[in-house]
Design a protein around this ligand. Structure first.
Ligand code: ZN
Ligand code: ZN
Length: 338
């Protein structure tokens, strides 16, 4: 095997990345080495590229970025590799947990107090090879299309959001039809929502929304329909949408908060939290491994077809071009191939 590999590296604490040669990583104890087959670009990667506030607080360059991945196991360095074997097609849970803290102990490893993040606080997958801790390596069912295996991470977020909301028979409103919002539309329909309404300013994304399962899509919620939705999924991180979510939910409705706004959100506590008897729950990532099993089931049963949101496939070298396409709003998921 060669010593160096091509990788997308956040080299300096400033906007941009370099596409450069770095040493091939070695699998440390209880890790696997994978050959990356496909990796998909996440909204987080744009924030890292632009060097936004979130990235500044979470990344210490140099780091190989990228966390949504499928790869083939080349090496296993462990006496206890679970059911993993050389040649398996695997993906990575991004939230790398410690297994020791209070939250890990009570079944909330996804929100571990000492969490590390794949492709953010340790080297990730926009490269020819990557190493993954065995504890956060997910073995894929080989009958799932390979392209879709790397997109399970955002689909998993959507699964966790939708299952938390209890959608059967309900009127569901989704703010934001980015990849996770689009996945949420598909999952909400698959899980029996009565009507799914998608809101996004981009016509391109509205059309994707209809293909993925939205019954209707709009630029904005009309005044007369505010207060008529049983469940509001805030997937946009847009300040105005996040504030409007409290108005859009009906009395005793549920809001699931997923999108991360750049600014602080101000809400009228008495008007919404008391008088409306709202239920509000935030979601940060996927339950390990509960959400992954559900995600896999949706793909295997073809109740969700992630192929519809994969709009572009580019070479790893074309990362800058991929950033331009993502920022244009005319993209669902972009897959990179090393
Ligand atoms: Zn992601
Ligand atoms: Zn922990």
């Amino acid at each position: 095997m060669k010593d160096t590999m091509r990788a997308v590296v956040k080299n300096k604490p400033e906007p941009g990345v370099s596409i450069t040669d770095v040493p091939v990583p070695e699998a440390k104890k209880d890790e696997v080495l994978i050959k990356v087959i496909k990796a998909s670009i996440c909204g987080t990667d744009i924030g890292i590229y632009d060097w936004g506030d979130w990235a500044k607080g979470h990344i210490t360059p140099p780091i190989v970025i990228g966390h949504e991945v499928v790869g083939e196991i080349l090496e296993i360095n462990s006496d206890d590799p679970r059911d993993l074997k050389i040649g398996d097609l695997v993906s990575s849970e991004t939230h790398i947990y410690c297994g020791q803290c209070y939250q890990c102990g009570v079944g909330n490893a996804h929100i571990c107090e000492n969490m590390k993040l794949f492709g953010i606080s340790r080297d990730g997958a926009f490269a020819e090879y990557a190493t993954l801790p065995i504890a956060t390596t997910w073995k894929n069912d080989p009958t799932i299309p390979v392209d879709q295996m790397s997109v399970q991470e955002p689909l998993g977020n959507a699964v966790n959001v939708v299952t938390t909301a209890n959608v059967p028979g309900k009127r569901v409103l989704i703010y934001g039809l980015g990849p996770t919002g689009l996945c949420a539309a598909a999952v909400a329909k698959a899980y029996g929502a009565h009507v799914v309404t998608g809101i996004d300013p981009s016509k391109f994304r509205q059309n994707l929304g209809k293909e993925m399962g939205c019954d209707e899509t709009f630029d904005a919620v009309s005044k007369e329909r505010l207060g008529s939705f049983d469940i509001v999924l805030e997937m946009s991180g847009n300040k105005q949408a996040t504030e409007e979510a409290f108005e859009a939910a009906r009395l005793c409705g549920t809001i699931i908060a997923f999108g991360i706004p750049k600014e602080k959100i101000c809400i009228d506590w008495g008007k919404y939290m008391i008088n409306k008897e709202l239920t509000i729950k935030s979601i940060f990532g996927r339950m390990i491994w509960d959400t992954w099993h559900r995600t896999s089931d949706l793909l295997l049963s073809k109740k969700v077809d992630l192929g519809k949101i994969i709009t572009h496939e580019l070479k790893l070298e074309e990362f800058e071009k991929a950033m331009e396409i993502m920022k244009s709003g005319e993209a669902g998921k972009i897959i990179l191939t090393p």
